[in-house]
Design a protein around this ligand. Structure first.
Ligand SMILES: Nc1ncnc2c1ncn2[C@@H]1O[C@H](COP(=O)(O)OP(=O)(O)OP(=O)(O)O)[C@@H](O)[C@H]1O
Ligand SMILES: [Mg+2]
Length: 419
């Protein structure tokens, strides 16, 4: 009996051991499996994040393509849209009706879009019209021709009175004629006279006429519209005259302003019979200029300034009182003016103490402002060539000889040409 018992207990313990062993294996197996599953889980999570990022990217790309598609569609619509007809309002009638002239000539009574404000409807305004019904769809901005955009519109030029040598009397006169009517118009009203309409600067080349005009504009802080007369000479009939009209309109829109026509002789030369078609076109431009000058109010905020070095060839009509009626002669500088012009242009140069400008002014008799500027610059060039620290008297003297000789020679060449 005890043997049987022993046997049983042995068996039990054996089973226990095997179950122990089996459960160890199993738990190890389970732990392994768990690790594997955890790793798998991690991998899948990573995978998921990656796919989500890709999805987001694809989504944003989709949006981008959709936007592009919309843009291309609207561009296609725009290109396929029927053209609009350009017309000009002739008259505004009641009940939202207009008389317009189409660009081909005939006039029509048409309706208009309700988005157009009544205040924008003025005879002469350009409009866009539907091709079939000719209904006015939109108002076009006032057409500024390409020509007028070429005009130099400077808010404030960079020349100051202090940069002008001599010309004291001229500066005073020009300020009276141009600045005063802009800054103190009451003075003219009080005395009961009209300020001069146009001021004409005349004199030999290079004496500072253009500079003077710029300095006035700078000082008055006005809009300065500068153009050279030859820019008004155009290829097609009527173009020059239109440009003059637009020029005055531009000046009025930007008032207070100064219109400065440089080299006036290119359009305002004397008119004569038997002119060619080209001459007649220039004359038309001149007549438009005369008409505009007659039309604008002298007390208004637009001043007209012009410069020429050929007063003798100007048309008398432009010089009569009421047009260019204030003449300012800009002469060749005298000795004092020459001295100050040279001092102005050598302000930033390193000069030897031995240079006496009074002496230089004496030996440069007959030179213009631009000659004097050339002399000073040339002296600087000589100093550089001679590897000096500063400009010496000798450099100045050489420059005077060089520039004045050069001028004499070129004058001689011109004289010989006409012999
Ligand atoms: N009085 C002056 N003071 C200082 N610089 C001057 C003077 N006069 C002329 N100059 C110099 O000469 C250059 C030419 O002057 P500006 O263009 O004013 O001459 P202009 O009288 O208009 O000549 P043009 O009749 O040939 O047009 C200026 O840039 C300036 O450097
Ligand atoms: Mg000039």
């Amino acid at each position: 009996m005890s043997e049987v018992l022993e046997d049983n207990s042995v068996k039990e313990s054996l089973i226990n051991i095997t179950t122990d062993l089996a459960s160890d294996d199993f738990s190890r197996y389970l732990i392994d499996r768990m690790h594997q599953l955890e790793q798998r889980n991690l991998f899948l999570k990573e995978q998921q994040l990656k796919t989500e990022a890709e999805k987001r990217k694809a989504n944003s790309q989709k949006l981008k393509f959709e936007r592009e598609l919309r843009q291309l569609r609207s561009e296609m619509e725009r290109l396929k849209a029927a053209p609009l007809i350009v017309g000009t309002i002739v008259d505004v009638l009641e009940n939202d009706k207009l008389i317009v002239r189409s660009s081909t000539g005939p006039q029509f009574i048409v309706g208009l879009s309700k988005f157009i404000k009544e205040s924008e409807l003025e005879p002469g305004t350009q409009v866009a019209m539907n091709q079939q019904t000719l209904a006015v769809i939109s108002i076009l901005p006032p057409s500024k021709s390409r020509l007028i955009r070429e005009v130099e519109l400077v808010k404030s030029p960079d020349v100051d009175y202090s940069q002008i040598g001599g010309l004291k009397e001229q500066i005073r006169e020009i300020r009276e004629a141009v600045e005063l009517p802009l800054s103190n118009p009451e003075a003219f009203v009080r005395i009961g006279i009209d300020p001069p309409k146009g001021v004409l600067l005349y004199g030999p080349p290079g004496t500072g006429k253009t500079m003077l005009a710029k300095a006035v504009a700078k000082h008055t802080d006005t809009c300065f519209i500068r153009l050279v007369g030859s820019e008004l000479v155009k290829k097609y009939i009527g173009e020059g005259a239109r440009m003059v009209r637009e020029l005055f309109k531009l000046a009025i829109d930007n008032a207070p302003s100064i219109i400065f026509i440089d080299e006036l002789d290119s359009i305002a030369a004397k008119r004569y019979d038997g002119a060619t078609a080209g001459d007649r076109e220039v004359q038309r431009t001149l007549m438009q200029l005369l008409a505009e000058m007659d039309g604008f109010n002298p007390r208004g905020e637009v001043r007209l300034l012009a410069a020429t070095n050929r007063l003798d060839i100007l048309d008398p009509a432009i010089l009569r009182p009421g047009r260019f009626d204030r003449f300012i002669e800009v002469k060749l500088p005298d000795a004092d003016a020459r001295e100050s012009i040279m001092m102005i242009h050598s302000r930033n140069m390193t000069l030897s103490k031995n240079i006496v400008f009074k002496y230089l002014a004496k030996i440069t008799d007959g030179s213009s402002g631009s000659d004097l500027k050339a002399i000073v610059t040339e002296a600087g060039m000589f100093a550089i060539r001679n590897e000096r620290e500063c400009v010496e008297v000798e450099d100045m003297e050489n420059a005077v000889t060089k520039v004045l000789n050069h001028r004499k020679n070129s004058n001689q060449i011109v004289e010989n040409m006409f012999q």
